[in-house]
Design a protein around this ligand. Structure first.
Ligand code: F6P
Length: 322
């Protein structure tokens, strides 16, 4: 295999650095030279590449953001610039590229792969979890944990002062953050772009809950809900049908920052190492993913003797990432 390039793109997500570390170190263990591209697709167009050695990705597994920086590149939508990017790779004998990013970035990765000469793999990294089939995305778990810290605090004051709180979370046009933050934070309702909300019904449910003695109320709303007007839209809608004493908190970019959670560090490490293995076994033009299964019924009798085999992949991974 010739050389490998890696870039982080789009909205940054906690765990991007952990996946970068895994890629550089597992590639190094297989004697593959890795280039880091600075500033996402923009840097690829502008030829901002430098070799990355294993020690340069030390002490980053715990850091949010991306040491490579990211960009949302408009130029990369134009084939002329994608060709320029391809030239920058080929002149260094780089034939494999790993794009770490969200939905838009993976579309960019797909274009780069389809247009020839390069083998491209994508690592799903976005707090939004808005990529079908891939299951959890790198950064999602951290964003939920960060949201829950805020929601728990708001719950304290909501239940003490008996107020109705609207908490707006990110996720663009997708409601996964709302759903998980809502379930984990014990919200009274979640308002998502994907499902319609009957505002009158919601208001009367809240009234009923309050008259039955429930103290405080937390409503989680996606930024993309209420015709993309998010929390403010929900305030307007509720004010038309009720006279609740409403409070609104927008969590915003707080959800994107911070140290990645354990779940995100492990996921990012597995997917990063998985991408290098993927190339070596001939994969290209794919997303590297670890989709989660649905709830299963497992007979008691099937449980014995499998613990160690489930651990083996994780055990081996430790030694590929040093
Ligand atoms: O895609 C990640 C995300 O954080 C979305 O949840 C949000 O809508 C968007 O990025 C914000 O992007 P920016 O930081 O460019 O405003």
């Amino acid at each position: 295999m010739s050389h490998l390039a890696v870039l982080t793109s789009g909205g940054d997500a906690p765990g991007m650095n952990a996946s970068l570390r895994a890629i550089v170190r597992s590639a190094n263990n297989k004697k593959i030279k890795v280039y880091g591209v600075f500033n996402g697709f923009e840097g690829l167009i502008d030829d901002r590449l430098a070799e990355l050695k294993p020690r340069q990705v030390g002490n980053i597994i715990q850091r949010g953001g991306s040491i490579l920086q990211t960009s949302r590149s408009k130029r990369f939508l134009d084939k002329k610039y994608r060709n320029q990017a391809r030239e920058n790779l080929l002149k260094r004998d780089i034939s494999s590229v790993i794009v770490i990013g969200g939905e838009g970035s993976l579309k960019g990765a797909a274009c780069l792969g389809e247009e020839g000469e390069l083998n491209v793999l994508g690592l799903p990294a976005t707090i939004d979890r808005d990529i079908p089939l891939v299951g959890p995305t790198i950064g999602f778990d951290t964003a939920i944990n960060t949201s829950l810290q805020a929601i728990d605090r708001i719950r304290d004051t909501a239940s003490t002062s008996n107020t109705v709180h609207i908490i707006e979370v990110m996720g663009r046009a997708c409601g996964w953050i709302s759903l998980f933050a809502g379930i984990g934070g014990g919200a009274e309702a979640v308002i998502l772009p994907e499902f319609p909300t009957d505002i009158e019904k919601l208001a009367s449910q809240i009234k009923e809950q309050r008259s039955s003695g429930k103290q405080g109320c937390i409503l989680i709303v996606s930024e993309g809900a209420c015709n993309s007007s998010g929390g403010e839209g929900l305030v307007k809608d509720l004010n038309k049908v009720s006279n609740f004493d409403l409070r609104i908190t927008k969590l915003g970019h707080i959800q994107r920052g911070g140290n990645p959670s354990a779940v995100d560090r492990v996921l990012a490490s597995r997917l990063g190492a998985g991408a290098v293995e993927g190339f070596l076994s001939g994969n290209k033009q794919c997303v590297v993913a670890q989709p989660k299964d649905k709830i299963k019924m497992i007979p008691f009798n099937d449980l014995s003797g499998i613990l160690n085999s489930e651990m083996e992949d994780y055990y081996k991974l430790i030694f590929r990432l040093v």
